[in-house]
Design a protein around this ligand. Structure first.
Ligand code: DGJ
Length: 728
């Protein structure tokens, strides 16, 4: 078993070929963190924990030992108030309102497999692939327990962590903070990496040196957000794409979160992540439990590239529950940027026909088909077809399009209600709101209160009806605003701080029920583009719309940043019209296609209004993509040229057996008399011979990786090259 407990010195060692994680039950049953990193071996569980001498101003909980203070003990799941002054992993108030809780180890359990998280998404695997450790800690006074769960994958450098609070006492308590994990690293000599952005510019990479004090990223929006992705990493200063140590933490959660690193007075680093504690509270009555979301830790000693490929393998193979998990994704045509709200069913059929003719496999009818929705000021909640636009009804339209030999997909935004809707007239209290306060609208809509079971059941009911009565094989599930006035008509005053998390739990119940009931439907998640692009959503929906920004130049940074954690098969990437509707730029059709190949290819163009040359170019793109998509969906991804630090971008995907590869090189602005560019390929088999289809030349893998592939002179702005490599 890759988890050992050494009785002699109470050491836990979790390990596989790539990593080790070591903890120790120390004096008075506190749980110390000893090591996390590259695989090590221990002689009889020996590990030297170097404790400090007596430190001024560090209190000592045991007066018989004036050197022992939690203030400088490296810990696993620290509290506050008993001598540690760093950021705690949890906060509790007991029945008397006191904050102090003092947890000590009372039990542990090691077993094959993993205990599933109740009501929350999490990684999955066969029992023989996983080994778990549960450490039980207890506060002697309140009898509250916390169970720390660790699951190690036998063959991936992955450790999943979560915590569960159990109130075994006789009085209620209130949880005010519950991190999913915490650990203390002995040094702070790291760079802090995270993915930040906003609408239309999601998941840009930022890397800064850790400084003294607290560095944090968070969402307070009730969703994981465009602004910060639930991911942080600590990289050694010399860590590059291909070498050096890095620790990643990716939270499987779709609501408000916080990831935090604190550098303390001794220049150690405390790292933690979990539900955002801002305005969070959870009443835990006697006998009740609270389960935190899961956080996925990945350690790589081969740079950021290896970290990303580990996340990609894990999330592709051990997160997605959909039956589409391993299936290649269809090339789609979406009518949003082609028509917006202004369409008739004839127009839709014409677009679908044109798409089919060019080789597309999936038509998606976007916003505007229901209620009386001619713009975004009405009808969310009125999920019945607008007969002014589709007089024959959804069933007939969906069948007509399916009969063309192309799938029929539908856009919905089930979590929302427009004040101007029949649903709102009927249930004005069904939205998230605070009584007697105005309700802040965003995009002229309000958020339904998914913490309420009847609201969840209403969504399940209408979605089930839509999917059962019509010929729909694809759903785009949108969510176009954050939560404000976070109150619920149904929560008691002492439970107000539970709303955000209850919303997320309600959402997961809805998604779980609908996706299980309709396994033949491919679900795409969306939130104004990539505002809820997180592992929690991917458990239920195996792909997401990466960003509303479909400009090929902007997409380089968005897709490059997204690839830090998420595989290409999760990313919707569409070719759209020029001038682009978001930034009014006009990249060449070639570049638009070359960027969109590195994701799930789709089109948002009025195919009924294009000229023959454009039609031919699209047809060729679709044909080529179908030839390479198995590599792009299932291979190993390598980032080569970083668009955040250079004025170009390059990446490549190599099939798992190293037989085939696709390389993309992008140069938004042309330079006069420029240096000759050679692309240093990665991930190829050094001794194998590869044929480059586009130039019909052959090279050894080692040559392509060490000498490089010459990029022909770029002529004109917004240009790119694709090279398709095949072993001969
Ligand atoms: C936001 C999405 O990201 C877009 O693709 C489109 O579906 C609109 N919503 C429709 O309202």
């Amino acid at each position: 078993m890759p988890i050992i407990y050494y009785e002699n010195n109470k050491i836990f060692h979790l390990y596989n070929e790539q990593m080790s994680y070591v903890m120790q039950i120390v004096k008075d049953n506190y749980l110390a963190h000893l090591y996390y990193g590259k695989r090590i071996d221990l002689i009889e569980g020996e590990f030297e924990l170097e404790l400090r001498e007596r430190v001024a101003f560090s209190p000592t909980p045991d007066i018989s030992d004036l050197t022992f203070s939690l203030d400088h003990l490296p810990q696993e799941y620290p509290g506050f108030g008993t001598s540690d002054f760093r950021t705690p992993a949890f906060e509790i108030t007991d029945n008397g309102g006191d904050f102090v809780a003092d947890f000590r180890v009372v039990d542990y359990k090691i077993f094959s497999g993993k205990t599933p998280l109740t009501g929350l998404p999490g990684v999955i695997g066969a029992n023989e692939e996983l080994t778990s450790l549960e450490i039980v800690m207890e506060d002697a006074l309140t009898k509250v327990q916390v169970v720390l769960s660790y699951t190690i994958f036998n063959h991936l450098s992955v450790l999943s962590r979560s915590t569960k609070f159990v109130n075994n006492g006789i009085n209620p308590i209130t949880l005010r903070k519950v991190a999913s994990f915490s650990f203390d690293l002995p040094t702070s000599d790291f760079d802090f990496i995270h993915l930040y952005g906003g609408w239309g510019k999601e998941r840009h990479i930022e890397r800064t040196k850790l400084i003294n004090g607290i560095q944090a990223v968070e969402s307070k929006r009730g969703v994981s957000s465009h602004q910060h992705n639930p991911f942080i990493a600590l990289a050694a200063p010399d860590c590059t794409e291909d070498s050096g140590h890095v620790y990643g933490a990716s939270l499987v959660y779709s609501g408000s979160f916080k990831g935090l690193v604190e550098v303390d007075q001794f220049e150690t680093a405390r790292v933690m992540m979990g539900i955002n504690d801002f305005q969070f509270s959870w009443k835990l009555t006697p006998g009740a439990t609270f389960q935190s979301p899961e956080c996925i830790l990945v350690f790589s000693d081969q740079g950021l590239g290896k970290m990303s490929r580990t996340y990609h393998d894990l999330y592709r193979n051990h997160l997605v529950k959909s039956t589409f998990k391993d299936k290649e994704r269809p090339v789609l045509i979406n009518n949003w940027e082609a028509t917006y709200f202004d369409f008739t069913s004839e127009k839709l059929v014409e677009i679908a026909k044109a798409g089919k003719k060019l080789g597309m496999e999936q038509f998606v009818l976007d916003d505007g088909w229901f209620g009386k929705r001619d713009n975004d000021d009405s009808s969310l909640g009125d999920w019945f077809v607008d007969e002014r636009k589709i007089p024959e009804g959804m069933k007939a339209l969906s069948e007509e399009i399916t009969n063309l030999g192309i799938g029929f997909g539908l856009w919905v935004e089930p979590e929302m209600v427009s004040p101007n809707s029949e649903l709102y007239q009927k249930h004005p209290d069904w939205c998230v709101h605070i009584q007697n306060r105005p309700r802040t609208e965003a995009r002229q809509q309000l958020v339904l209160d998914l913490s309420r079971t009847e609201v969840q059941d209403y969504i399940i009911g209408f979605m089930d009806k839509l999917l059962s009565e019509n010929k729909i094989n694809y759903v785009k599930w949108d969510m176009n605003r954050p939560l404000t006035e976070m109150g619920s008509a149904c929560l008691a005053s002492e439970q107000k701080g539970e709303l955000q998390h209850r919303y997320v739990l309600g959402l997961y119940r809805v998604l779980d029920t609908i996706t299980k009931k309709h396994p033949h439907v491919l679900f795409e998640s969306c939130s104004g583009g990539g505002g809820r692009f997180d592992p929690g959503m991917f458990q239920y929906m195996p792909q997401a719309w990466t960003s509303d920004d479909s400009d090929a130049v902007e997409r380089l940074k968005i897709q490059y940043g997204t690839s830090l954690v998420y595989p290409l098969i999760f990313m919707g990437a569409h070719v759209s019209d020029v001038p682009n509707h978001q930034v009014f730029r006009s990249p060449l059709m070639k570049m638009r296609g070359d960027v969109a190949y590195f994701g799930n290819l789709g089109y948002e163009i009025d195919l009924t209004a294009i000229d023959d040359e454009t039609a031919l170019a699209i047809e060729q793109q679709v044909t080529y993509y179908k030839e390479i998509r198995h590599i792009l969906h299932h291979g190993d991804f390598y980032r080569i040229v970083n668009p955040f630090t250079t004025d170009a971008c390059a990446w490549m995907m190599v099939s798992k057996n190293q037989n085939k590869a696709v390389l993309g090189y992008y140069q938004p602005l042309v330079k006069p008399n420029a240096q000759i560019v050679k692309m240093m390929c990665k991930g190829l088999e050094p001794k194998a011979t590869y044929l480059v289809k586009e130039t019909n030349k052959q090279y050894k893998g080692s040559y392509l990786m060490e000498v490089g592939l010459v990029i022909p002179t770029i002529k004109g702005d917004y240009n790119s090259y694709i090279f398709t490599l095949k072993q001969v």
